[in-house]
Design a protein around this ligand. Structure first.
Ligand SMILES: Cc1ncc(COP(=O)(O)O)c(C=O)c1O
Length: 443
């Protein structure tokens, strides 16, 4: 029991439930870049929730938009019916994507948006008379959500194993290469040749059997893995060469995280579809979307008889009016405060320097950064698997900062509103936690 309620009934996601319930960490309130515990202690939110609260917490205008919308039009079926805010928001949303991707399919989460993108890829190949092009390619250490399509193309073994046979998918090698790239600032210089694995894989399977390749432009949950310079461009060329669709999963890289609306815009590589979620509503209410090339949609439309449903896919809450209202209000904030480009400016430079100042921190073997993403990788010798990751989260929590850990990597992605003094506060907390946990003079 905590206070006057029990923690027993709730099965918490991606959490060591039994450990948590022994020593719960409860958040009662949020404001700006801070979360507050149930005892009122402030914690600097070093991960913008789960890479989603890009404009910071407690944005009253998003809450107000939600309340207004729920009073006026709380819900109506998205099947065979529509509402103005859905169409208006779709029209506005596509303006942030590369111009070719001007069609959008809504979901309620990143996982659902991934499933939608994979299904659209297969539907497109079938619609153009190539149903045999149905194989999917993902990448090692990739996270594409937790549904069956997503874990099939995903490359995080614990998320895949134990769930039976998955969709047929092969995986490109990941691009993490500490031997050549440790302590790079921004995109690492070495490793563009890793992209050639895609060509080899497609040739092995036969280009006439491969539908799509999906990658996170920057891998998040796999440990913040940056694409080597030129790597994404090369993937694009290979996909063009073999007539394979390229899907960018931008669930974390979208909405200003890298200093531009999307990684596609930041890196100048136009995929055929972009998957987005999280920051789309500043994390306040669930929403996801797939941005799609117009001719992909047109091909699927053209293949269906007049009057028939073109794509047998959709969710009860696709384009929920309340989510659309939240997303509109979120865009207003992003635009007014220049947040979609902020990480590419002075604050991003401050972040890079401050992060790299941690390279002398005990146990650190790599520092990675881009925009307002960062990671510290600790020596694997310290890593006792999950207990290491959990111990570091707990210690950071005690030191007043919220972080994410995966294996022996600590990931950071603060709200894009963060100020230099708050970056200092966040990283000082991380340093105290690591030093306290691993011991001064450890190496
Ligand atoms: C790259 C990527 N894709 C998909 C997802 C899944 O999103 P959701 O948790 O909203 O289903 C995530 C979540 O972290 C993600 O980082």
């Amino acid at each position: 029991m905590t206070a006057n309620y029990s923690l027993d009934a709730l099965w918490m996601p991606f959490t060591a439930n039994r450990d948590f319930k022994q020593s719960p960490r409860l958040i009662a309130r949020t404001e700006g870049v801070y979360c507050y515990t149930d005892s009122g202690r402030p914690l600097l939110d070093g991960t913008a929730g789960l890479w989603c609260v890009n404009a910071g917490h407690g944005r009253a205008e998003i809450a107000d938009a939600i309340a207004r919308q729920a009073r006026e039009l709380d819900y109506s079926s998205p099947f065979n019916c529509g509402h103005e805010i859905g169409f208006r928001y779709a029209e506005r949303l596509v303006r942030y994507a590369p111009p070719a991707l001007n069609r959008v399919f809504f979901s309620n989460s990143g996982s659902e948006a991934v499933e939608s993108a994979l299904k659209i890829a297969l539907a497109y190949q079938a619609a153009r008379g190539k149903p045999q092009k149905h194989r999917l390619i993902g990448r090692e250490l990739a996270y594409h959500g937790v549904n069956f399509g997503g874990i099939s193309v995903g490359g995080l073994e614990p998320n895949r194993s134990g769930f039976g046979p998955l969709l047929a998918a092969t995986h490109l090698p990941h691009t993490l290469d500490l031997a050549r790239n440790a302590f790079s600032r921004g995109l690492p210089g070495q490793g563009v040749e890793q992209a050639e694995a895609l060509g080899r894989m497609i040739r092995q399977q036969g280009a006439d059997s491969v539908a799509a390749v999906i990658v996170e432009p920057v891998s998040g949950a796999g440990g913040v893995i940056l694409p080597p310079q030129g790597y994404l461009q090369r993937l694009r060329e290979i996909c063009d060469q073999y007539d394979v669709l390229l899907i960018f999963d931008e669930v974390i890289t979208g909405w200003g995280r890298l200093g531009a609306p999307f990684a596609a815009t930041e890196f100048g590589v136009v995929p055929d579809m972009i998957v987005t979620a999280k920051g789309i509503t500043n994390g306040v209410i669930p929403m996801g979307a797939v941005l799609v090339r117009q001719d992909i949609q047109q091909t699927v439309f053209d293949a269906a008889p007049e009057g028939a449903v073109e794509l047998f896919h959709g969710y009860t809450y696709s384009g929920h009016p309340v989510a659309c209202a939240a997303a509109m209000a979120t865009l207003d904030i992003y635009e007014r405060e220049g947040l979609l480009n902020r990480a590419g400016g002075a604050i991003g430079q401050y972040w890079e320097q401050a992060l790299h100042d941690l390279r002398d921190c005990v146990g650190v073997v790599d520092v990675r950064n881009y925009g307002l993403i960062g990671a510290l990788q600790f020596d694997a010798a310290l890593n006792q698997g999950h207990p290491f990751a959990l111990a570091l989260i707990k210690r950071c929590f005690e030191e007043g900062v919220m972080v994410r850990t995966m294996g022996h990597t600590l990931a950071l992605s603060p709200p894009l509103t963060i100020e230099p003094a708050q970056i200092d506060e966040l990283l000082a907390g991380v340093r105290r936690a690591a030093t306290g946990l691993f011991g001064v003079g450890w190496r």
